[in-house]
Ligand binder design. Structure first.
Ligand SMILES: [Fe+2]
Ligand SMILES: [Fe+2]
Length: 440
Protein backbone atom coordinates (compact mmCIF):
# COMPACT_ATOMS: atom_id res chain seq x y z
CA UNK A 1 0.00 0.00 0.00
CA UNK A 2 1.17 3.49 -0.80
CA UNK A 3 1.95 5.76 2.12
CA UNK A 4 0.49 9.22 1.46
CA UNK A 5 2.46 12.39 1.76
CA UNK A 6 1.32 14.88 4.37
CA UNK A 7 -0.67 17.74 2.96
CA UNK A 8 -1.77 15.97 -0.24
CA UNK A 9 -5.03 17.40 -1.61
CA UNK A 10 -8.27 15.74 -0.60
CA UNK A 11 -10.77 15.35 -3.40
CA UNK A 12 -14.37 16.41 -2.83
CA UNK A 13 -16.76 13.54 -2.41
CA UNK A 14 -19.49 13.12 -4.99
CA UNK A 15 -21.62 10.25 -3.86
CA UNK A 16 -24.53 8.58 -5.58
CA UNK A 17 -26.63 6.03 -3.73
CA UNK A 18 -27.08 2.94 -5.86
CA UNK A 19 -29.94 0.46 -5.63
CA UNK A 20 -28.27 -1.55 -2.83
CA UNK A 21 -27.75 1.51 -0.72
CA UNK A 22 -24.02 1.63 -1.46
CA UNK A 23 -22.58 4.96 -2.48
CA UNK A 24 -20.43 5.52 -5.47
CA UNK A 25 -18.04 8.25 -4.55
CA UNK A 26 -15.70 10.13 -6.84
CA UNK A 27 -12.62 10.31 -4.69
CA UNK A 28 -9.39 8.39 -4.44
CA UNK A 29 -8.24 7.35 -0.98
CA UNK A 30 -4.89 8.35 0.44
CA UNK A 31 -4.30 4.83 1.68
CA UNK A 32 -5.98 1.45 1.17
CA UNK A 33 -5.90 -1.59 3.44
CA UNK A 34 -7.28 -5.05 2.78
CA UNK A 35 -9.15 -6.38 5.80
CA UNK A 36 -10.02 -9.72 4.16
CA UNK A 37 -12.69 -11.52 6.14
CA UNK A 38 -11.63 -10.11 9.54
CA UNK A 39 -14.33 -8.56 11.64
CA UNK A 40 -13.86 -5.61 13.98
CA UNK A 41 -13.43 -7.88 16.97
CA UNK A 42 -10.76 -10.09 15.43
CA UNK A 43 -7.98 -7.89 14.18
CA UNK A 44 -9.48 -5.54 11.61
CA UNK A 45 -9.39 -2.56 13.98
CA UNK A 46 -5.71 -3.11 14.63
CA UNK A 47 -5.04 -2.95 10.88
CA UNK A 48 -7.18 0.18 10.60
CA UNK A 49 -5.52 1.89 13.58
CA UNK A 50 -2.05 1.22 12.20
CA UNK A 51 -3.11 2.62 8.83
CA UNK A 52 -4.70 5.69 10.44
CA UNK A 53 -1.46 6.40 12.26
CA UNK A 54 0.14 6.98 8.87
CA UNK A 55 -2.46 9.54 7.79
CA UNK A 56 -2.86 13.22 8.54
CA UNK A 57 -6.13 14.63 9.81
CA UNK A 58 -8.50 14.97 6.83
CA UNK A 59 -6.89 12.24 4.69
CA UNK A 60 -8.94 9.26 3.58
CA UNK A 61 -8.50 5.57 4.27
CA UNK A 62 -10.15 2.88 2.16
CA UNK A 63 -10.85 -0.37 3.99
CA UNK A 64 -11.70 -3.35 1.81
CA UNK A 65 -13.60 -6.16 3.49
CA UNK A 66 -15.61 -9.28 2.72
CA UNK A 67 -16.99 -9.47 6.27
CA UNK A 68 -20.59 -8.24 6.38
CA UNK A 69 -20.59 -7.17 10.06
CA UNK A 70 -18.06 -4.46 9.27
CA UNK A 71 -20.84 -2.42 7.71
CA UNK A 72 -22.43 -2.00 11.16
CA UNK A 73 -19.33 -1.98 13.30
CA UNK A 74 -17.06 0.37 11.38
CA UNK A 75 -19.39 3.41 11.58
CA UNK A 76 -19.72 2.81 15.33
CA UNK A 77 -15.95 2.63 15.71
CA UNK A 78 -15.62 5.88 13.76
CA UNK A 79 -18.09 7.63 16.07
CA UNK A 80 -16.22 6.40 19.10
CA UNK A 81 -12.80 7.41 17.84
CA UNK A 82 -13.90 10.71 16.31
CA UNK A 83 -13.07 9.76 12.73
CA UNK A 84 -15.57 10.46 9.95
CA UNK A 85 -17.24 7.48 8.34
CA UNK A 86 -17.92 8.48 4.71
CA UNK A 87 -19.53 5.61 2.87
CA UNK A 88 -19.57 1.99 1.79
CA UNK A 89 -19.13 1.13 -1.88
CA UNK A 90 -19.88 -2.02 -3.79
CA UNK A 91 -16.54 -3.41 -4.85
CA UNK A 92 -17.79 -6.62 -6.46
CA UNK A 93 -16.61 -9.47 -4.23
CA UNK A 94 -15.96 -7.03 -1.39
CA UNK A 95 -17.15 -3.80 0.13
CA UNK A 96 -14.96 -0.73 0.09
CA UNK A 97 -15.37 1.58 3.08
CA UNK A 98 -14.09 5.13 3.15
CA UNK A 99 -13.10 6.81 6.39
CA UNK A 100 -11.79 10.34 6.78
CA UNK A 101 -9.28 10.74 9.58
CA UNK A 102 -10.60 13.11 12.23
CA UNK A 103 -9.05 14.76 15.25
CA UNK A 104 -9.19 11.29 16.76
CA UNK A 105 -8.70 10.75 20.44
CA UNK A 106 -5.90 13.30 20.78
CA UNK A 107 -8.34 15.80 22.31
CA UNK A 108 -8.92 13.46 25.24
CA UNK A 109 -5.24 13.44 26.20
CA UNK A 110 -2.61 10.85 25.52
CA UNK A 111 -1.80 7.65 27.34
CA UNK A 112 1.34 7.61 29.43
CA UNK A 113 3.33 5.54 27.00
CA UNK A 114 6.91 5.22 28.24
CA UNK A 115 6.34 6.31 31.86
CA UNK A 116 7.74 3.49 33.98
CA UNK A 117 7.00 3.15 37.64
CA UNK A 118 10.14 2.89 39.74
CA UNK A 119 10.84 -0.79 40.41
CA UNK A 120 12.66 -1.76 43.53
CA UNK A 121 14.14 -5.16 44.00
CA UNK A 122 11.46 -7.74 44.48
CA UNK A 123 8.41 -5.52 44.80
CA UNK A 124 6.21 -2.99 43.13
CA UNK A 125 3.81 -1.41 45.54
CA UNK A 126 1.09 1.22 45.50
CA UNK A 127 3.47 3.98 46.55
CA UNK A 128 5.38 3.37 43.31
CA UNK A 129 2.46 4.05 41.00
CA UNK A 130 2.06 7.65 42.07
CA UNK A 131 3.78 8.81 38.91
CA UNK A 132 2.69 10.24 35.55
CA UNK A 133 -1.02 10.40 34.82
CA UNK A 134 -1.86 7.77 37.45
CA UNK A 135 -0.14 9.89 40.07
CA UNK A 136 -2.35 12.90 39.36
CA UNK A 137 -4.96 12.62 42.10
CA UNK A 138 -7.65 15.22 41.49
CA UNK A 139 -8.78 17.56 44.26
CA UNK A 140 -12.28 17.34 42.78
CA UNK A 141 -13.06 14.24 40.70
CA UNK A 142 -15.63 14.44 37.90
CA UNK A 143 -18.54 12.05 38.24
CA UNK A 144 -18.65 11.43 34.48
CA UNK A 145 -15.50 9.31 34.47
CA UNK A 146 -17.35 6.31 35.89
CA UNK A 147 -15.01 3.38 36.46
CA UNK A 148 -12.26 4.70 34.18
CA UNK A 149 -9.02 3.86 35.99
CA UNK A 150 -7.22 7.02 37.03
CA UNK A 151 -4.62 7.76 34.36
CA UNK A 152 -6.49 6.10 31.46
CA UNK A 153 -7.63 8.22 28.51
CA UNK A 154 -11.41 8.57 28.71
CA UNK A 155 -13.67 8.87 25.70
CA UNK A 156 -16.26 11.64 26.09
CA UNK A 157 -19.92 10.73 26.47
CA UNK A 158 -19.82 8.24 29.32
CA UNK A 159 -22.72 7.86 31.72
CA UNK A 160 -22.61 9.94 34.89
CA UNK A 161 -22.54 7.46 37.76
CA UNK A 162 -23.59 10.11 40.25
CA UNK A 163 -20.90 9.39 42.83
CA UNK A 164 -21.60 11.42 45.96
CA UNK A 165 -18.08 11.70 47.36
CA UNK A 166 -15.98 13.54 44.81
CA UNK A 167 -13.65 15.75 46.83
CA UNK A 168 -10.30 14.31 47.72
CA UNK A 169 -10.29 15.91 51.17
CA UNK A 170 -13.48 14.06 52.07
CA UNK A 171 -11.71 10.68 52.07
CA UNK A 172 -7.99 11.18 51.80
CA UNK A 173 -5.28 10.32 54.31
CA UNK A 174 -1.64 11.03 53.60
CA UNK A 175 -0.60 7.57 54.79
CA UNK A 176 -3.19 5.74 52.69
CA UNK A 177 -0.76 3.92 50.39
CA UNK A 178 1.41 2.88 53.36
CA UNK A 179 -1.63 1.54 55.20
CA UNK A 180 -2.79 -0.39 52.14
CA UNK A 181 0.60 -2.03 51.75
CA UNK A 182 0.68 -2.92 55.46
CA UNK A 183 -2.87 -4.28 55.34
CA UNK A 184 -2.11 -6.74 52.55
CA UNK A 185 0.94 -8.07 54.34
CA UNK A 186 -0.98 -8.49 57.60
CA UNK A 187 -3.90 -10.62 56.42
CA UNK A 188 -4.46 -13.82 58.39
CA UNK A 189 -6.76 -16.80 58.13
CA UNK A 190 -9.05 -17.25 61.13
CA UNK A 191 -9.37 -20.96 60.28
CA UNK A 192 -5.69 -21.82 60.41
CA UNK A 193 -3.70 -18.97 61.99
CA UNK A 194 -5.11 -19.58 65.48
CA UNK A 195 -4.06 -22.76 67.29
CA UNK A 196 -7.69 -23.68 68.00
CA UNK A 197 -6.84 -27.21 69.11
CA UNK A 198 -4.71 -25.79 71.95
CA UNK A 199 -7.65 -24.05 73.58
CA UNK A 200 -7.82 -25.41 77.17
CA UNK A 201 -10.95 -26.03 79.20
CA UNK A 202 -11.61 -23.05 81.44
CA UNK A 203 -13.48 -22.43 84.65
CA UNK A 204 -17.16 -22.10 83.56
CA UNK A 205 -17.48 -18.51 84.89
CA UNK A 206 -14.40 -17.45 82.98
CA UNK A 207 -15.51 -19.27 79.82
CA UNK A 208 -18.91 -17.64 80.07
CA UNK A 209 -17.28 -14.21 80.45
CA UNK A 210 -15.11 -14.86 77.39
CA UNK A 211 -18.14 -15.99 75.36
CA UNK A 212 -20.10 -12.87 76.42
CA UNK A 213 -17.22 -10.61 75.41
CA UNK A 214 -16.82 -12.43 72.09
CA UNK A 215 -20.56 -11.98 71.43
CA UNK A 216 -20.25 -8.26 72.09
CA UNK A 217 -17.12 -7.93 69.97
CA UNK A 218 -18.69 -9.76 67.03
CA UNK A 219 -21.82 -7.61 67.31
CA UNK A 220 -19.75 -4.43 67.10
CA UNK A 221 -17.72 -5.83 64.21
CA UNK A 222 -20.86 -6.00 62.11
CA UNK A 223 -21.18 -2.24 62.28
CA UNK A 224 -17.51 -1.85 61.36
CA UNK A 225 -18.18 -4.12 58.36
CA UNK A 226 -21.39 -2.50 57.17
CA UNK A 227 -20.31 1.13 57.40
CA UNK A 228 -17.38 1.08 54.94
CA UNK A 229 -19.45 -1.19 52.67
CA UNK A 230 -22.19 1.44 52.65
CA UNK A 231 -19.85 4.25 51.67
CA UNK A 232 -17.60 2.53 49.17
CA UNK A 233 -20.04 2.73 46.21
CA UNK A 234 -20.41 6.46 46.90
CA UNK A 235 -16.68 7.19 46.67
CA UNK A 236 -15.42 8.34 43.29
CA UNK A 237 -13.10 5.65 41.88
CA UNK A 238 -10.53 8.34 41.10
CA UNK A 239 -9.61 7.97 44.81
CA UNK A 240 -8.70 4.37 44.23
CA UNK A 241 -6.16 4.14 47.06
CA UNK A 242 -8.92 4.87 49.57
CA UNK A 243 -11.24 2.31 48.00
CA UNK A 244 -8.61 -0.41 47.96
CA UNK A 245 -7.70 0.32 51.57
CA UNK A 246 -11.36 0.22 52.63
CA UNK A 247 -11.63 -3.14 50.87
CA UNK A 248 -8.93 -4.43 53.24
CA UNK A 249 -10.86 -2.96 56.18
CA UNK A 250 -13.98 -4.81 55.06
CA UNK A 251 -11.99 -8.03 54.80
CA UNK A 252 -10.50 -7.44 58.26
CA UNK A 253 -13.92 -6.89 59.81
CA UNK A 254 -15.29 -10.02 58.17
CA UNK A 255 -12.39 -11.96 59.66
CA UNK A 256 -12.98 -10.42 63.09
CA UNK A 257 -16.62 -11.47 63.05
CA UNK A 258 -15.47 -14.95 62.07
CA UNK A 259 -12.72 -15.18 64.70
CA UNK A 260 -14.80 -13.85 67.62
CA UNK A 261 -17.71 -16.11 66.73
CA UNK A 262 -15.39 -19.10 66.50
CA UNK A 263 -13.87 -18.34 69.88
CA UNK A 264 -17.34 -18.21 71.43
CA UNK A 265 -18.13 -21.60 69.92
CA UNK A 266 -14.76 -23.32 70.33
CA UNK A 267 -15.15 -24.39 73.98
CA UNK A 268 -18.86 -25.13 73.84
CA UNK A 269 -19.99 -21.94 75.60
CA UNK A 270 -21.50 -20.41 72.52
CA UNK A 271 -22.74 -16.92 71.74
CA UNK A 272 -24.29 -15.18 74.74
CA UNK A 273 -26.49 -12.10 75.17
CA UNK A 274 -26.87 -9.05 72.95
CA UNK A 275 -28.38 -5.95 74.49
CA UNK A 276 -30.77 -3.41 73.06
CA UNK A 277 -28.46 -0.63 74.30
CA UNK A 278 -25.64 -1.95 72.13
CA UNK A 279 -27.95 -2.19 69.15
CA UNK A 280 -29.21 1.40 69.63
CA UNK A 281 -25.65 2.62 69.85
CA UNK A 282 -24.58 0.78 66.70
CA UNK A 283 -27.72 1.85 64.88
CA UNK A 284 -27.00 5.50 65.66
CA UNK A 285 -23.59 4.97 64.04
CA UNK A 286 -24.90 3.15 60.98
CA UNK A 287 -27.46 5.81 60.07
CA UNK A 288 -24.86 8.56 59.77
CA UNK A 289 -24.88 9.43 56.05
CA UNK A 290 -21.99 11.88 55.92
CA UNK A 291 -18.64 10.15 55.29
CA UNK A 292 -16.50 12.62 57.22
CA UNK A 293 -18.70 12.37 60.30
CA UNK A 294 -19.15 8.65 59.98
CA UNK A 295 -15.44 8.00 59.53
CA UNK A 296 -14.76 10.13 62.61
CA UNK A 297 -17.33 8.35 64.77
CA UNK A 298 -16.28 4.89 63.60
CA UNK A 299 -12.55 4.95 62.92
CA UNK A 300 -11.41 7.58 65.42
CA UNK A 301 -13.78 7.40 68.39
CA UNK A 302 -15.29 3.92 68.03
CA UNK A 303 -12.41 1.80 66.82
CA UNK A 304 -9.99 3.92 68.82
CA UNK A 305 -11.90 2.98 71.99
CA UNK A 306 -12.03 -0.61 70.75
CA UNK A 307 -8.22 -0.69 70.64
CA UNK A 308 -8.15 -0.16 74.39
CA UNK A 309 -10.89 -2.71 74.92
CA UNK A 310 -8.99 -5.32 72.89
CA UNK A 311 -5.77 -4.55 74.73
CA UNK A 312 -7.62 -5.04 78.01
CA UNK A 313 -8.92 -8.42 76.81
CA UNK A 314 -5.40 -9.29 75.73
CA UNK A 315 -3.93 -8.41 79.13
CA UNK A 316 -6.53 -10.47 80.94
CA UNK A 317 -6.99 -13.28 78.44
CA UNK A 318 -7.27 -16.58 80.35
CA UNK A 319 -5.62 -18.68 77.65
CA UNK A 320 -3.23 -18.26 74.70
CA UNK A 321 -5.90 -18.91 72.07
CA UNK A 322 -8.21 -16.12 73.28
CA UNK A 323 -5.15 -13.90 73.62
CA UNK A 324 -4.11 -14.59 70.03
CA UNK A 325 -7.59 -13.83 68.68
CA UNK A 326 -7.87 -10.43 70.37
CA UNK A 327 -4.23 -9.52 69.70
CA UNK A 328 -4.59 -10.17 65.97
CA UNK A 329 -7.83 -8.19 65.84
CA UNK A 330 -6.21 -5.29 67.71
CA UNK A 331 -3.33 -5.17 65.24
CA UNK A 332 -5.82 -4.88 62.37
CA UNK A 333 -7.86 -2.27 64.22
CA UNK A 334 -4.75 -0.16 64.71
CA UNK A 335 -4.62 0.31 60.91
CA UNK A 336 -8.25 1.36 60.78
CA UNK A 337 -7.68 3.89 63.54
CA UNK A 338 -4.50 5.11 61.81
CA UNK A 339 -6.55 5.82 58.69
CA UNK A 340 -9.26 7.58 60.69
CA UNK A 341 -6.81 9.80 62.56
CA UNK A 342 -4.79 10.63 59.40
CA UNK A 343 -7.97 11.40 57.46
CA UNK A 344 -9.21 13.65 60.26
CA UNK A 345 -5.85 15.40 60.41
CA UNK A 346 -5.84 15.91 56.63
CA UNK A 347 -9.36 17.31 56.64
CA UNK A 348 -8.79 19.60 59.62
CA UNK A 349 -5.58 20.96 58.07
CA UNK A 350 -7.60 21.94 54.97
CA UNK A 351 -10.79 23.03 56.71
CA UNK A 352 -10.22 23.73 60.42
CA UNK A 353 -13.84 24.87 60.84
CA UNK A 354 -15.14 21.41 59.98
CA UNK A 355 -14.39 20.35 63.56
CA UNK A 356 -17.75 21.90 64.45
CA UNK A 357 -19.46 19.30 62.22
CA UNK A 358 -17.82 16.57 64.26
CA UNK A 359 -18.86 18.08 67.55
CA UNK A 360 -22.41 18.22 66.24
CA UNK A 361 -22.20 14.58 65.10
CA UNK A 362 -21.03 13.45 68.54
CA UNK A 363 -23.68 15.52 70.30
CA UNK A 364 -26.58 14.36 68.15
CA UNK A 365 -25.46 10.75 68.52
CA UNK A 366 -25.27 11.19 72.31
CA UNK A 367 -28.81 12.61 72.22
CA UNK A 368 -30.04 9.71 70.11
CA UNK A 369 -28.84 7.09 72.57
CA UNK A 370 -29.45 9.07 75.78
CA UNK A 371 -32.67 7.14 76.45
CA UNK A 372 -30.85 3.79 76.47
CA UNK A 373 -29.10 2.27 79.45
CA UNK A 374 -25.61 3.03 78.15
CA UNK A 375 -23.04 0.35 78.78
CA UNK A 376 -24.50 -3.12 78.70
CA UNK A 377 -24.38 -4.86 82.11
CA UNK A 378 -23.69 -8.25 80.47
CA UNK A 379 -20.45 -6.94 79.08
CA UNK A 380 -19.40 -4.93 82.12
CA UNK A 381 -19.83 -7.99 84.32
CA UNK A 382 -17.96 -10.20 81.88
CA UNK A 383 -15.03 -7.77 81.69
CA UNK A 384 -14.88 -7.64 85.51
CA UNK A 385 -14.89 -11.45 85.79
CA UNK A 386 -12.15 -11.69 83.18
CA UNK A 387 -9.99 -9.01 84.79
CA UNK A 388 -10.62 -10.24 88.33
CA UNK A 389 -9.88 -13.84 87.37
CA UNK A 390 -13.22 -15.20 88.64
CA UNK A 391 -16.59 -14.34 90.12
CA UNK A 392 -15.95 -14.42 93.89
CA UNK A 393 -16.71 -11.10 95.67
CA UNK A 394 -13.03 -10.22 96.03
CA UNK A 395 -12.30 -11.16 92.42
CA UNK A 396 -15.28 -9.15 91.20
CA UNK A 397 -14.21 -6.17 93.27
CA UNK A 398 -10.70 -6.29 91.81
CA UNK A 399 -12.18 -6.78 88.32
CA UNK A 400 -14.55 -3.82 88.63
CA UNK A 401 -11.63 -1.58 89.69
CA UNK A 402 -9.74 -2.66 86.57
CA UNK A 403 -12.75 -1.97 84.35
CA UNK A 404 -13.02 1.53 85.86
CA UNK A 405 -9.36 2.06 85.10
CA UNK A 406 -10.05 0.87 81.53
CA UNK A 407 -12.66 3.61 81.18
CA UNK A 408 -10.14 6.23 82.23
CA UNK A 409 -7.56 4.83 79.81
CA UNK A 410 -10.09 4.87 77.00
CA UNK A 411 -10.91 8.52 77.70
CA UNK A 412 -7.25 9.56 77.87
CA UNK A 413 -6.39 7.77 74.64
CA UNK A 414 -9.42 9.17 72.81
CA UNK A 415 -8.33 12.65 73.80
CA UNK A 416 -4.74 11.93 72.70
CA UNK A 417 -5.90 10.76 69.27
CA UNK A 418 -8.03 13.86 68.85
CA UNK A 419 -5.16 16.13 69.87
CA UNK A 420 -2.90 14.29 67.42
CA UNK A 421 -5.38 15.03 64.63
CA UNK A 422 -5.47 18.73 65.46
CA UNK A 423 -8.56 19.02 67.69
CA UNK A 424 -8.26 21.47 70.61
CA UNK A 425 -7.94 20.17 74.17
CA UNK A 426 -11.33 21.53 75.28
CA UNK A 427 -13.09 20.11 72.23
CA UNK A 428 -11.29 16.77 72.58
CA UNK A 429 -12.35 16.47 76.23
CA UNK A 430 -15.94 17.29 75.35
CA UNK A 431 -16.08 14.85 72.44
CA UNK A 432 -14.54 12.06 74.47
CA UNK A 433 -16.97 12.63 77.36
CA UNK A 434 -19.92 12.40 75.01
CA UNK A 435 -18.71 9.25 73.26
CA UNK A 436 -21.03 6.28 73.59
CA UNK A 437 -20.62 4.10 76.71
CA UNK A 438 -21.01 1.18 74.31
CA UNK A 439 -17.36 1.85 73.21
CA UNK A 440 -18.11 1.60 69.45
FE1 LIG B 1 -12.72 -5.12 63.54
FE1 LIG C 1 -12.07 -1.95 62.35
Amino acid sequence: MAVPQPGSPHPTAQSIEDADGFSVIGISPDLTVDGGDLDCGSGLLLIIRKAMNQLQEGQILEVDSTEISVREDLPAWCRMTRNEYLTAMDGGDRIKYLVRKGAGTSGWGTPDWGVRVPRRSGRLDMRDWLTGRVGQIPDEAPTYLGFVPRGAVAEPGMPDYGFAINRRDEVWADNIADLYEQAKGAQWDASTAIAWDELPSLDPDIEKAVCQIMTFLAENEYSALYIPCKFMPRINPQFTEVLLFLATVVNDEARHIEAFTKRALANGGGLQYASAATEWSLYSLLVQEDYFRSSFLLHVLGEGTFLDLLRFCEEHAPDPVTLDVVRRARQDEARHVAYGVAHLKHQLSKQPDSVSELAEAVESRADAIAATTGATPFVMEALAVLAGGGSSPSQMSAGVAKVKKLYRTMHENRVQRLLQAGVSQAMADRMSDLHTPNFM
